[in-house]
Ligand binder design. Structure first.
Ligand code: AMP
Length: 372
């Protein structure tokens, strides 16, 4: 399971859906066992948070029952407020009935207090509370809770009906508030020859990041005649992109090799939308993300000249032939350039002028890196 982000906050996996299912089943069993034979309980779910718990609990309850809901609101953001409002009440006649409240979570007890108030004058036979989660550290009331699924520490949780500011209710598991990821991950972006490699080498020292250049990894594999190298060469020689699946798996392996990194500078990756999607998902598994795509903006004509110049000394066969260079730009323009929009939509695209001295460009890039 992955860390998730809701609004501005991060939540880590806490209670699996399997464990929840076990708890719910056992609660339903206990409730049934304590009821006199043939007694038809009246379950009252407390909305909104209880809707998944109530649905699962009722299905696990082995016997006839009636079901209704009240809607209360007590939370604002992640801090419990003592302010409980009843938004939808109970209309049924509950005289002489055994009423069992289904709550997703009891923390300070403010909501529970309101529930006891609501049912005080309903002439019920008995009122019992079944809560899926309970926070003993913060519970301030003297009110009885007949059934507790699981006691948890006082940390904000979401999922399985519980929300943070509206989001998270549809997660099957429970997640707990956690610190934001510390890694700094940057995509250094730009067309072939924009200077990504040169700048990444300088910036990785300055920011103590690991530099992963997929082009370099491919060239290393070609030099060492690995299976991956032999495969990649057929594409690279013509200036075509290596297939996504191969590249994505290779990138993941490179990241895994550096488990303790403070973060990464990705250079030459992602180059397609599906690579970008795969990278987001892969980092999310680690509770991390791309902090920014920093792009070196340089016009194509200037770059062809630069690459031909570089080809005289770089030893790169894809730098010496103008037709191959043009094809690399074609690949860039048709498959890669759209990633600008992909990151713009996430609000993480930063364009930097890539024309000028190496030092000036490093300074411009650093100015962006410092804000990420
Ligand atoms: P570079 O050193 O980044 O200019 O990459 C040189 C060549 O390696 C490219 O023209 C592609 O053939 C291949 N390559 C590097 N990175 C990728 C990638 N992310 N996806 C597909 N092919 C790549």
């Amino acid at each position: 399971m992955n860390t998730i982000k809701l609004h501005d906050l991060y939540f880590k996996p806490f209670i699996s859906k399997e464990e929840i299912a076990r708890i719910v089943k056992s609660l339903a069993k206990q409730v049934k066992e304590d009821l006199p034979k043939d007694e038809i309980p009246f379950f009252v779910g407390i909305l909104n948070g209880c809707f998944l718990f109530a649905a699962d609990f009722i299905r696990e309850f082995n016997g006839n029952c009636e079901v209704s809901f009240v809607k209360l609101a007590s939370y604002e953001g992640t801090t419990s407020t003592a302010n409980v409002k009843q938004l939808v009440g109970i209309n049924e006649d509950l005289t002489g009935r055994t009423v069992i409240i289904l709550e997703d979570i009891v923390d300070t007890g403010a909501t529970l207090q309101e529930i006891y108030n609501i049912f005080r004058d309903k002439k019920v036979k008995q009122l019992k509370v079944a809560t899926l989660f309970f926070k003993p550290e913060v519970f301030k009331k003297e009110l009885p809770i007949a059934y507790i699924g699981k006691s948890i520490e006082d940390k904000f949780i979401v999922g399985y009906g519980l929300d943070y500011d509206g989001l998270g209710r549809n997660k099957a598991a429970i997640y707990q508030l956690t610190a934001p990821p510390k890694m700094k991950n940057i995509v250094l972006f730009g067309p072939p020859g924009a200077g990504k490699g040169t700048q990444a080498t300088l910036l990785k020292e300055k920011y103590d990041l690991v530099h992963i250049s997929t082009g370099d990894v491919f060239r290393y594999n070609i030099k060492n005649k690995t299976e991956l190298g032999v495969l990649a060469k057929t594409y690279m020689d013509d200036g075509n992109l290596v297939p996504d699946e191969v590249t994505i798996n290779m990138l993941k392996a490179e990241v895994e090799k550096n488990a303790n990194a403070n973060g990464f500078i990705f250079d030459g990756f992602p180059r397609t939308e599906s690579q970008a999607i795969a990278l987001d998902a892969f980092l999310a598994e680690k509770g991390a993300k791309i902090n920014g795509m920093v792009a070196l903006e340089v016009s194509e004509d200037l770059l062809v000249q630069r690459l031909l110049e570089r080809g005289k000394t770089s030893g790169r066969t894809d730098d010496t032939d103008e037709e191959k260079i043009r094809n690399r730009f074609n690949e860039y323009n048709t498959k890669t350039a759209i990633l600008k929009e992909f990151y713009q939509e996430q609000g993480t695209y930063y364009g930097v002028n890539g024309v000028g001295s190496i030092e000036d460009i490093t300074d411009s890039l650093s100015a962006v890196f410092d804000t990420l």
